[in-house]
Design a protein around this ligand. Structure first.
Ligand code: DSN
Length: 416
């Protein structure tokens, strides 16, 4: 139930394991540095055309190895080292590449970070003030742990006022956008980046797209992105991934993908409501997309690790996560993050969400008597002991049996 993960189709798996893995293809379709690319060109052109159609954009680059290189390409194309950039802070749900201090984006550029308010919504007043004061060259909208719809229009007003490039990183929600379950950033932003392996249900890869608005701001923007990806920061593209992206986009453009995208959101809302009914506190009291954040501070600060490990023992995979204004640290945060893309792919619907929420609450309840030691040196040993104890916990074992039975009824890759 990690919201950034999913299960791809057999067709996507086959494309990833295809003979395209044997090829070198530096360059772009029709302009390669190697011979023998007739079919690679066809696959890459197909992926590009499908990306353009899916997002309603004039240009797409499908070569980035993953999300971080895709975002790096945006910096290379729009900024000089040392330029000021602005993004949502990592502990507030933002991404490392949006200016966090330990990422290239905070090392080579001058980051300004905006935050979310206690209610979980982006603080526009702060974002507008920071943009006016610091005049960033590039602003990011998009995040890895944000439970509300992304405010593309509002962030565009801020970016346009200060003349900044606005890039939407829609990695988490690209499948929802294609399926019509989340508004599209295309009319508002200059650049769109996305990984392809989350709600989009493709291979581990990424894309950078330039919108009509982006080409109006700079007619050469898309060429600059292409040059930034290759030769700027990458070598040979992973042709097997490119092919699998074409397959995944083909699937996402089918009418049934719309049902899938809407079911992800319906499941997330059902799960969020049921978690709250079972006594858990959620950041922003719910969700409008595919993910939710459980705020564990009513149990204790820094409690995410205990909930994650208890759920792991119960057969439910989640990740510990910071919550807005987290009183603890990113490695020992006070929340867990849950999402519905993968279980929706398995075919689960609202009735299953009710059950899963109850089991999550039961497993988390078993962690109540544990607390992160105040002494940092003692934490490792304490968590190790907790993991052993929770594996033997009768209530957690019972949830594990229920999870096994449920998953048996929603099998993956039947007959494979
Ligand atoms: N690692 C991704 C996630 O889990 O959201 C973000 O890149």
């Amino acid at each position: 139930m990690i919201p950034s993960e999913n299960f791809v189709s057999k067709a996507v798996l086959e494309a990833m394991g295809s003979v395209f893995t044997n090829k070198y293809s530096e360059g772009y379709p029709g302009k390669r540095y190697y011979g023998g690319n007739e079919f690679v060109d066809k696959a890459e052109n197909l992926a590009i055309e499908r990306a353009k159609k899916a997002f309603g954009v004039p240009r797409a680059n499908v070569q980035p190895y993953s999300g971080t290189p895709a975002n790096f390409a945006v910096y290379l194309a729009t900024c000089q080292p040392g330029d000021t950039i602005m993004g949502q802070a990592l502990p507030d749900g933002g991404h490392l590449t949006h200016g966090w201090k330990t990422s290239f984006s905070g090392i080579f550029y001058k980051p300004v970070q905006y935050h979310v308010k206690a209610d979980g919504y982006i603080d526009f007043e702060e974002a507008r003030r920071l943009a006016r004061e610091n005049k960033p060259r590039l602003i990011w909208v998009g995040a890895s742990a944000y439970v509300r719809q992304f405010p593309f229009k509002e962030m565009a007003e801020i970016a346009d006022e200060v003349g900044a490039y606005l890039a939407a990183d829609v990695a988490h929600i690209s499948g929802l956008i294609i399926g019509g379950a989340h508004p599209s950033p295309a009319p508002y932003v200059h650049i769109i980046t996305t990984t392809t392996h989350k709600t989009l249900r493709g291979p581990r890869g990424a894309m950078v797209m330039v919108t009509e608005k982006g080409l109006q701001k700079d007619p050469e923007l898309a060429d600059k992105i292409d040059k930034a990806v290759f030769p700027g920061l990458q070598g040979g593209p992973h042709d097997q991934t490119t092919t699998a992206i074409a397959v995944a986009l083909g699937e996402a453009l089918k009418p049934e993908f719309r049902d899938y995208a809407h079911q992800i959101v319906r499941n997330a809302k059902a799960l969020a409501d049921a978690l709250m009914k079972n006594g858990l506190k959620l950041v922003s009291n719910g969700t409008e997309n595919h993910l939710m954040l459980v705020d564990l501070t009513p149990i204790a600060k820094g409690h995410g690790v205990f909930a994650q490990e208890a759920l792991e023992a119960a057969g439910i995979t989640v990740n510990k996560n910071t919550i807005p204004l987290d009183p603890s640290s990113p490695f020992y945060p006070s929340g867990i993050r849950l999402g519905t893309p993968a279980i929706t792919t398995r075919g689960m619907k609202e009735p299953e969400m009710e059950k899963i929420a109850k089991w999550i609450a039961e497993a988390v309840n078993e962690t109540k008597n544990y607390k992160l030691p105040a002494e940092k040196a003692e934490i490792g040993e304490y968590v190790k002991k907790f993991k052993e104890e929770i594996k033997g916990n009768a209530a957690v074992k019972n949830v594990r049996e229920n999870v096994r039975e449920l998953c048996g009824r929603f099998p993956l890759y039947k007959g494979m």
